[in-house]
Design a protein around this ligand. Structure first.
Ligand code: NAD
Length: 248
């Protein structure tokens, strides 16, 4: 069996569902100690039950709140080998002309500010150890303007930039930071097309160019590769896992 994460502690946000859940499961089955965190308590209960034979500790909380980050850090302890910032929310496909402040603020806070704060929290531990791997979940919306609304697209371009910033500044200290850009994945994320513009004009175009919907386990394979030492020479990369959408 593969034991890529034996002896390692990895924090996974959004671990209650979809890509985060599949990533937490794979790390646990490969010998890692997982700090699984999500705002949805009942989803984390399911994860704990599903992975009862493995080392999984759960932290319930909104990752955009400072006190949640404090509790994640307490649970992790003084050794943190990896961080997967997976928790994220969609917008309503609102174009720049229609985006409201509440949507903009919430999407930027959850998708960009929270990963920055958690990264900032784990970096001192990783720097002291001279090693650590951080993986962020970007999106096709980090590569193009047509995959989501203005807020989500901006948040995912932002996380791609933040990923490179971590790689640049902290690579010399032994830290790696990479991002995965998923295409469409079968999860619980909501993608309501509240914008008439998107439904009427973008929707039909997307239906033509988007490859088949992927499974969360296919994304977990990319995330765990970037978290593991197999990707030791990869830093600052944005890896599409999208069935070729990014080649269109
Ligand atoms: P999902 O909704 O199935 O899972 C996301 C999890 O994050 C949920 O369990 C949710 O409770 C949790 N979460 C949301 N906001 C949170 C917060 N503030 N604090 C703590 N937990 C929070 O969705 P998913 O598709 O697995 O999404 C994971 C990531 O993948 C997101 O960053 C998303 O933007 C990205 N992504 C998804 C797709 C897709 O098609 N599903 C495509 C591109 C990118």
């Amino acid at each position: 069996s593969i034991d890529r994460f034996a002896g390692k502690t990895i924090i996974v946000t959004g671990a209650g569902s979809g890509i985060g859940r599949a990533t937490a499961a794979r790390i646990a089955r490969e010998g890692g100690r997982v700090i699984a965190t999500d705002v949805a308590a009942e989803r984390l209960d399911e994860v704990r039950a599903e992975l009862a034979d493995f080392t999984v500790e759960t932290v319930v909380g909104d990752v955009s709140q400072a006190e949640t980050i404090e509790r994640i850090m307490q649970a992790a302890g003084d050794r943190i080998d990896g961080l997967a910032n997976v928790a994220g929310i969609m917008d309503a496909f609102l174009p720049p002309s229609e985006v409201d402040d509440a949507t903009w603020d919430r999407v930027l806070t959850v998708n960009l500010t929270a990963p920055m704060r958690l990264t900032r929290a784990v970096l001192p531990v990783m720097i002291a150890a001279g090693a650590g791997s951080i993986v962020n979940v970007a999106s096709e919306a980090a590569l193009r303007g047509s995959a989501a609304g203005a807020a989500y697209t901006s948040s995912k371009h932002g996380i791609a930039g933040f990923t490179k910033s971590v790689a640049f500044f902290h690579g010399p200290q032994g830290i790696r930071a990479n991002a995965v850009a998923p295409g469409a994945v079968a999860t619980n994320i909501e993608a309501p097309m509240r914008s008439e513009y998107a439904a009427g004009r973008i929707g039909p175009i997307l239906q033509v160019v988007i490859p088949p919907v992927a499974q969360p386990e296919q994304l977990a394979a990319a995330l765990t590769w970037l978290l593991s030492d197999d990707s030791a020479n990869v830093n600052g990369a944005l890896l599409p896992s999208d069935g070729g959408w990014s080649a269109v």
